[in-house]
Design a protein around this ligand. Structure first.
Ligand SMILES: Cc1cc2nc3c(=O)[nH]c(=O)nc-3n(C[C@H](O)[C@H](O)[C@H](O)COP(=O)(O)OP(=O)(O)OC[C@H]3O[C@@H](n4cnc5c(N)ncnc54)[C@H](O)[C@@H]3O)c2cc1C
Ligand SMILES: *[C@@H]1O[C@H](CO)[C@@H](O)[C@H](O)[C@H]1NC(C)=O
Length: 474
């Protein structure tokens, strides 16, 4: 038996992973999805190799607010601990301000006597390091730092057999019965095996504010105005993340107008809550501005034998609603069930695995569809760039003020997993928008009311129906 550092002898499976580079499952990418999946499948007794190009603590502006639905999924996976000891902040809901007028939206309770479900905000890197530690401490998982450079396919069956990689400048490979591409938004391995390519309409620019005072502690802040949406949430005792959406080709952020920094100084700073203005201009001075593309990528069914694409590599939506990690963790829960040893005793049975993956494609939609459609539709309203979208934006805010609050926020939180509930709220927003619009229309223009009503309803349909269609049919 091989001894590692003179400690306990390795199991035969661990020996196969370390010496022969061979396991049941090879996962590319130890991000949120890769780590959670490695632990989930390792706990089922599968032998797992988890490959990551850098095991240093990630320093990114993404994945910093986990919705209550994601916290529940973590709990189901036995990984709730990963939210502790990272200086995280409880999140009780949202605070939305519309041209300075605020409304507080708490996450809905499952019953009047139960506590408010909580989300959690944190530094992304700290959370990922906790997940990686969980994977490292799982005896059936081996974590290796290596940059994966390609998939290895059988020239005979086209089946994916494993991956090629470079470990400390040396070429290397790993083999598994099932290879998982969980390499994130810019996946190298999705290209030939995914039906769609990501579409980007805007970027989020991020800054970290120190000791900002927010109007409503323990909530996600959404600022709506003439500008595209701005998000703020506390991610540590002293740190607050601000994310500023800038659509491609936004005139206010053109070079002529001082570029992105000019836009922030002239358009964003004056509209921030007072308690955040000083820390914002300090952060802007220090120039730590970073950006990430906001992409939309519908999921496509995995059809390549021996391969499974998951996480951001599979499916992305605008990060406005902070849904990405919740989708990823819910997917891990679904996959764990569909590929359990009871259902798939041997992962080398690629036919059976493909059948399970076809089922996964539909089953995951229970939780992912609502989050995907809502993110895209809300973004269209919140970044309203035409007259009727602005009317819908106003209707949406009024709906937050007077409507059944739990509904929309419950959808966003990943707690309500019913697409029809989403559709009914969305069209309620449209009808309210029509009503508000007509109430604000001067008497002599009222003859145009049916026209406005039609255009608002038409705009609402154009916003949401393509996304619903994508989720239902593909
Ligand atoms: C601006 C922005 C803000 C966001 N905010 C939120 C939020 O508040 N809440 C939320 O839930 N979601 C948010 N998201 C989405 C969230 O970040 C993602 O959904 C989530 O990180 C996806 O996890 P993943 O494991 O698929 O990918 P990642 O977390 O990106 O992990 C991929 C891993 O693969 C590794 N890797 C890549 N290529 C290779 C290779 N060739 N070899 C080896 N390893 C490799 C990477 O180093 C990385 O560790 C946001 C996204 C954006 C763009
Ligand atoms: C590891 O896998 C073995 C079977 O290969 C299983 O008996 C054991 O429970 C697993 N260990 C853990 C901690 O999940």
């Amino acid at each position: 038996m091989t001894l590692l550092n003179g400690h306990a002898p390795l199991s035969p499976a661990a020996q196969r992973r370390i010496e022969h580079h061979e396991a049941d499952i090879v996962i590319v990418g130890a991000g949120v999805l890769g780590c959670a999946l490695a632990v989930a499948l390792g706990n089922q007794g599968r032998s797992v190799i988890l490959l990551e190009k850098s095991l240093e603590e990630p320093n990114r502006i993404v994945g910093e607010l986990l919705q209550p639905g994601g916290v529940q999924a973590l709990e189901q996976l036995g990984l709730r601990d990963c939210l502790e000891d990272i200086d995280g902040i409880d999140v009780r809901g949202y605070w939305v301000s519309y041209f300075g007028e605020p409304v507080l939206l708490e996450y809905p309770k499952s019953s009047p006597t139960s506590p408010t479900p909580l989300g959690r905000a944190f530094h992304h890197g700290r959370f990922v390091m906790k997940l990686r530690a969980a994977a490292l401490s799982c005896p059936n998982v081996t974590v290796i730092e290596t940059k994966v450079t390609g998939l290895i396919a059988s020239s005979y069956t086209q089946e994916i057999l494993g991956v090629e990689c470079i470990t400390k400048d040396v070429k290397d490979c790993y083999f598994g019965q099932l290879t998982v591409a969980a390499d994130g938004y810019n996946s190298d391995f999705r290209k030939e095996h995914h039906q769609y390519t990501p579409k980007r309409r805007s970027k989020f620019y991020g800054l970290e504010l120190i000791d900002a005072k927010l109007p409503a502690p323990n909530t996600g802040h959404v600022l709506l105005s003439d500008n595209p949406p701005v998000l703020m949430y506390q991610i540590g005792t002293h740190e607050t993340r601000i994310l500023i959406d800038i659509p491609d080709n936004l005139p206010e952020a053109s070079i002529k107008n001082g570029g992105v920094k000019g836009y922030m100084r002239n358009n964003i700073l004056p509209k921030l809550p007072e308690g955040a203005q000083q820390s914002f201009s300090d952060a802007l001075e220090q120039g730590q501005l970073r950006s990430m593309p906001n992409s939309f990528l519908p999921a496509s069914a995995n059809k390549t034998p021996g391969l499974m694409i998951l996480g951001d590599a599979l499916n992305m939506r605008h990060p406005l609603t902070g849904g990405g990690m919740t989708v990823a963790l819910n997917d891990v829960c679904v996959i764990r069930e569909l590929l359990s040893p009871e259902r798939v005793p041997n992962l080398s049975n690629t036919g059976l695995v493909l059948e399970q993956l076809a089922e996964f494609h539909w089953k995951r939609k229970n939780s992912s569809s609502v989050i995907n459609i809502l993110a895209q539709a809300l973004y269209a309203l919140f970044a309203a760039d035409n007259y009727y979208l602005k009317a819908l934006q106003r209707g949406c805010f009024r709906y937050f003020q007077i409507g059944p609050v739990g509904g929309p926020v419950g959808l966003l939180a990943g707690l309500i997993k019913k697409p029809l509930v989403l559709v009914s709220h969305f069209f309620s927003v449209a009808f309210l928008a029509i009503w508000v619009h007509i109430c604000n229309t001067p008497l002599f223009k009222l003859i145009l009311a049916p026209y406005y009503a039609f255009m608002i309803l038409y705009t609402a349909s154009v916003v949401i129906l393509p996304y619903i269609w994508t989720e239902i049919w593909y």
